[in-house]
Design a protein around this ligand. Structure first.
Ligand code: SAM
Length: 250
């Protein structure tokens, strides 16, 4: 009987520990604390920004940005969240859109400013107050791939506050397809998604799928990406299934 009690106590302690970890505000905030270097996804983008820039800046984003751009009004203001070194900002500016970047890595933010000649806000999308910003559309190209599944809904809800028009606003979001997740050679942790699971998050946020494509990584990693063009609407629309086409980044 006392063994059962001890086991229950142990599970309680373990459970508290896990919940505490999940409730942690953001890995980017931990980065600033000494002795917590195990938070390696932020550390990668904060220190290896030149390497990341060289790996991703040359990719032509037309294949995945064109379906999004097609639905934007001329001159629309797009907020590119997790903009990296500014490849997509530059593409948008060249197409005549106004673009602002948002990035947590100071090194990548500086590169994005230089490469696209745009304003780039330095911040953590897990804690930043997006109601202080104002954009016609949001671009989240691979930006949320490191976000744990259970934080997707609340983080997206916060980000959506940046939309000036809370209905009829456009969002582009891409994620890696698969089950669970993995840690890569640079110790970045990726959380993968199945199409029905991310759609159930979209439904809770009144985000309707206008276009969905499944593409394979241009870097030849064999990974599949799911790219969604979404419209924020408070009334239902008919669903779209994913088409397989094109190729995509990282
Ligand atoms: C997979 S990369 C995608 C970069 C770029 N959008 C692209 O398509 O190449 C993820 C980006 O999101 C940024 N990021 C990750 N977590 C963030 C956070 N909490 N707040 C702001 N930016 C973040 C990273 O620094 C990195 O630039």
């Amino acid at each position: 009987m006392s063994e059962v009690k001890s086991l229950k106590k142990l599970f309680k302690v373990l459970n508290l520990f896990t919940r505490k970890k999940l409730r942690h505000p953001s890995a980017w905030q931990n980065l600033k604390k000494p002795g917590l270097e195990f938070m390696t996804t932020p550390l990668y983008y904060s220190t290896q920004y030149t390497q990341y820039h060289e790996k991703t800046f040359h990719i032509d984003p037309s294949s995945f940005l064109a379906p999004f751009a097609k639905q934007l009004k001329p001159g629309a203001h797009v907020l590119d969240i997790g903009c990296g070194s500014g490849r997509d900002l530059l593409w948008l500016v060249k197409k005549g859109f106004r673009a602002t970047g948002f990035e947590a890595s100071p090194g990548l933010a500086a590169l994005a400013r230089r490469n696209a000649n745009c304003t780039v806000i330095e911040g953590d999308f897990e804690s930043f107050d997006f109601s202080t910003l104002s954009a016609d559309a949001l671009l989240l190209s691979g930006a949320l791939v490191h976000l744990p599944h259970d934080q997707m809904e609340s983080v997206l809800r916060n980000i959506l506050q940046a939309l000036t028009n809370q209905t009829e606003a456009l969002v582009y979001l891409s994620l890696k397809e698969g089950g669970e997740g993995y840690t890569d050679a640079h110790n970045r942790t990726f959380y993968l998604w199945q199409d029905p699971d991310i759609r159930s998050v979209f439904r809770k946020l009144s985000l309707h799928v206008m276009d969905c494509t499944r593409t394979s990584s241009v870097l030849g990693t064999g990974e599949a990406w799911l790219g969604y063009v979404l419209k924020k609407r408070d009334y239902p629309m008919s669903g779209y299934s994913c088409s397989n086409s094109g190729s995509k980044l990282v």
